[in-house]
Design a protein around this ligand. Structure first.
Ligand SMILES: Cc1ncc(COP(=O)(O)O)c(C=O)c1O
Length: 429
């Protein structure tokens, strides 16, 4: 490790001291200072950033790590024997090892770098689905999936003459596992479910979902986009065959993400993209492919972004994650209680197990108007279908307003949200 790399590591460990301890002692003000974007005002009000499910913010140490790569290491990876290329390669591969530890994969070669969760799911659809799914086969998804975990499978079904089956949910937004059991059969080729719902906040019992699929010999893809920022992920404990994460939702830059796949499956799959870096030999007659993970990383990857993902993982390891997650749970409970007391507000998604998302509708105010009025107050939430139109159809709403939390949010910000929601109701009454 170079001297400069050491100084970055030292910086990443600094916030830990302040944030250690139980939920009550979580020093949120200290942690907030690590996120420069939070220091601004919007429309004359302090920014209240509650759109973390769309993209979370990036701490200074991650920004610095990206800057360091661009200032001191910028170069292409793998192919070069020169100094800069070796440094870039070592930082990029170092990030892969950090990801491995973060999700507890057996081997770093099971962690394929992709540009985000959508690309990751498409990689599995092309590499696994197009090779192993045939006419008459079935793929199971859930009723609460993000479009990223629906559309690729629909495209595959259309191409192959296969059938998409859907695990239904109850009015709280919980999957009906008995119905899931009834869908599993000898035609099922894959189950693809989200770990945490971006539209409802539901935490799905993915370990159980995986176990039930495995009893039928069916592999399971878990969309972990909303779980990785809020839960501790252990892919071996979950038993997931594929687990996909997105860097920009876990304090890293856009363009970073990971497909974890069990080596045995990745070995059998077709490559996703063809080109440089993913080959062993090329002749006009035949190409042979590189081993894992390179087989799935054609062309120049998003080097700076993936190094940034490694730095974001360092950052998460440097704070007391248990205390941070307990703080997030407190925010969720507090926001749910506060919004529930406001007459005319209905929360959509009331599962027993939830993480960091409150979706709500206000009688007689369109969610887009809610979003606009809140923006005038400096509060960033998301309004719309959250790329989950089937969820909106299930709950018979055109859209919802969604506040989503990270560990750097505060109870004062939840108070500001509630006051602004009351203001919306006043304006439109
Ligand atoms: C549950 C879920 N899956 C997939 C995605 C798509 O992720 P990305 O934007 O990284 O492609 C999102 C993004 O909102 C999401 O919330």
């Amino acid at each position: 490790m170079s001297a400069t790399e050491k100084s970055v590591t030292t910086e990443t460990t600094r916030p830990a001291e302040a944030a250690r301890g139980g939920a009550d002692s979580f020093d949120v003000e200290r942690v907030r200072r690590d996120f420069p974007v939070l220091r601004q005002t919007v429309n004359g009000k302090p920014l209240v950033y509650l759109d973390n499910a769309a993209s979370s913010q990036v701490p200074q140490v991650v920004i610095d790590r990206g800057g360091k790569y661009l200032r001191e290491e910028h170069s292409n990876i793998h192919r070069g024997v020169h100094y800069l290329s070796q440094r870039a390669t070592s930082a990029y591969e170092g990030a892969r090892e950090k990801v491995r530890r973060f999700i507890n994969a057996r081997d770093a070669k099971e962690c394929i770098f992709v540009r985000g969760c959508t690309e990751g799911i498409n990689l599995v659809m092309h590499g696994y689905g197009r090779k192993f799914v045939s006419e008459g086969d079935e793929i199971i998804v859930s009723a609460m999936e993000h479009h990223a975990n629906i559309v690729p499978w629909q495209m595959l079904c259309e191409e192959k003459g296969a059938r998409l089956r859907v695990i239904p949910m109850n009015d709280a937004g919980e999957l009906l596992l008995d119905e899931y059991d009834a869908l599993l059969n000898e035609r099922t080729k894959l189950v693809a479910v989200m770990h945490v719902s971006n539209a409802l906040g539901t935490v799905n019992p993915v370990k159980e979902i995986v176990a039930r699929a495995h009893r039928h010999g069916v592999p399971v893809l878990v969309d972990g986009a909303q779980a990785a920022p809020h839960l501790k992920i252990d892919v071996q404990d979950l038993g997931a065959d594929f687990y996909i994460i997105s860097g920009h939702k876990m304090f890293a830059p856009t363009g970073s993400g990971v497909v974890y796949g069990r080596a045995e499956l990745l070995e059998k799959m077709n490559p996703f993209l063809g080109g440089g870096d993913m080959i062993r030999t090329v002749t006009f007659e035949k190409t042979t492919y590189a081993g894992l993970p390179n087989k799935f990383e054609a062309g120049t990857p998003a080097i700076a972004s993936q190094i940034g993902l490694g730095a974001a993982i360092d950052y998460l390891n440097s704070i007391d994650r248990d205390a941070a997650l307990a703080h997030e749970r407190e925010l969720l409970t507090y926001a749910t209680e506060l919004l529930s007391t406001i007459s005319g507000v209905r929360i959509v998604g009331t599962a027993r197990e939830k993480a960091s998302v409150v979706s709500f509708v206000i009688e007689s105010v369109h969610p887009h108007d809610v979003g606009t009025i809140l923006d005038q107050e400096g509060i960033a939430i998301r309004a719309g279908h959250h790329c989950a139109q089937p969820v909106m159809q299930r709950f018979k709403v055109p859209a919802t307003a969604r506040a989503s939390f990270a560990f750097y949010n505060t109870k004062d910000e939840v108070d500001a949200l509630a006051v602004a929601v009351e203001k919306c109701i006043e304006v439109f009454s």
